[in-house]
Design a protein around this ligand. Structure first.
Ligand code: NAD
Length: 393
């Protein structure tokens, strides 16, 4: 069975879906890996490194995609590009596509996967169960995004983060506030602490308090009672009501007056990101302060953030809106993502290297979008069809 790897063609993307290490492991599973020449360039994986790990190198994406039984991608394939530049049209009917397909943000594209007759898997829909942890690409990428957010902020900040006592005088430690203490936020806290900053953090979920404090940061509780019901059964945050948001803004505005860097990471799955910093709140920050909006692609946590840009607020505060933060640390992000996909592949390939898709497996059920020309994922079906599917199962 052939596994195809192509160069990612979407804007702001430097990652690749395989690494020399994952190629070696796929070969040992009895899979034949074919990579487009230059596929790993953005992540510093050369054709020679892929070839010595056991991959064949093909001259172009069309050749790789048309021949592959399984296609590994980071981003959604291009579908209807001008000048015939699409990728999906090359895929064989019955082949498997695995990637961060963003089905909730781009539902129209799911129909195209169904029409192409492929098995499309959206890796971000993995259930967060213990067995799936090694496949959890959302976590591996969010972790690196949290790290890189602090590094980018430190780079834009005109001061140092740690306290320094020098002969010429003492530099005060910077104060960092992290809003949203999930995977990205916790890594941002750890990174800012390692750089010597004084760190505080807030989240709507009560469980976040202990995790924040265990990293040596202080936790800002907005409303203890609301926090107890803010977490869904899947471990994600609920959307908070207007009253909570107003109180959160009031409490945070006070803290902003003595904050230098704010890292915003708050997300609510399937919805627009909550606005955490309004323009009047940004006005409370001192000139030279830096805000990072890691949620900018989901609508943004920060008023005035602009996708792919470092914006300047009227008072001189910089608002970093870089798109695709994990792609700004492409080597490690690709290594970890490739390992996530490799672990996922072990569910789809039997010991003789043949395709086996077990529709009863909880992980397959959650991630499979299309099969035999139809959309099959309960998250994407209208409620009535999902109910019928659940009772038939
Ligand atoms: P996420 O990316 O969906 O959201 C980021 C953070 O923003 C979350 O902590 C969320 O509570 C917070 N948030 C949402 N609205 C907010 C608001 N208005 N104000 C402040 N904060 C707000 O979350 P995530 O990083 O994917 O993590 C969610 C949870 O899942 C965490 O508890 C994480 O530890 C857990 N998790 C579990 C597993 C597992 O395998 N069991 C794997 C990964 C993550």
């Amino acid at each position: 069975m052939k596994v195809g790897i192509v160069r990612e063609r979407r804007e702001f993307e430097r990652r690749v879906a395989a690494s020399p290490d994952s190629v070696r492991r796929m070969a040992s599973m009895g899979l034949e890996v074919v990579a487009e020449s230059g596929a790993g360039e953005g992540a510093c994986f050369t054709d020679a490194a892929f070839a010595s790990a056991g991959a064949l190198i093909a001259p172009d994406a069309g050749t790789v995609l048309a021949d592959a039984d399984i296609v590994l991608k980071v981003q959604r394939p291009l579908i209807s590009e001008p000048n015939g530049g699409g990728e999906l049209r090359y895929l064989k009917r019955g082949s498997v596509l695995i990637g961060l397909l963003q089905p909730l943000r781009h539902p129209a594209e799911i129909e195209a996967y169904a029409n192409a007759g492929i098995f499309a898997f959206a890796i971000e829909l993995l259930p967060r169960i213990t067995r799936a942890q090694t496949m959890d690409a959302l976590s591996s990428q969010a972790n690196l995004a949290g790290y890189k957010a602090v590094i980018e902020a430190a780079d834009e900040f005109g001061r140092a983060l740690p306290m320094m006592m020098t002969a010429a005088g003492t530099i005060k430690a910077a104060r960092v506030l992290v809003m949203g203490a999930g995977v990205a936020g916790l890594q941002a806290i750890a990174t800012a602490r390692r750089l010597g900053a004084i760190v505080s953090a807030t989240d709507v979920r009560a469980a976040a308090k202990e995790q924040v404090e265990s990293l040596g940061a202080s936790f800002i509780t907005i409303d203890e009672a609301a926090a107890r019901t803010a977490e869904t059964a899947q471990g994600y945050a609920r959307e908070m009501d207007e009253d909570f948001q107003r109180r959160q803004r009031e409490a945070i505005t006070e803290i902003l007056r003595r904050t230098d860097i704010v890292i915003c990471t708050a997300l609510i799955p399937g919805r627009k990101a909550p606005v955490l910093l309004t323009e009047p709140m940004i006005a409370a920050l001192a000139p030279g302060s830096v805000v990072v909006d890691l949620s900018v692609e989901a609508g943004g946590n920060v008023e005035g953030s602009r996708l792919g840009e470092v914006a300047a607020a009227p008072n001189g505060v910089k608002i970093i809106g870089h798109a695709n933060m994990p792609s700004r640390i492409p080597v490690d992000a690709s290594q970890l993502y490739a390992r996530n996909l490799l672990n996922f592949l072990t569910l789809l390939v039997d010991k003789d290297g043949r395709l086996k898709i077990d529709p009863g497996d909880e992980i397959i059920k959650a991630t499979l979008l299309t099969e035999n020309g139809a959309v099959v994922n309960p998250v994407l079906l209208p409620a009535a069809a999902a109910d019928a599917q659940a009772s038939a199962a």
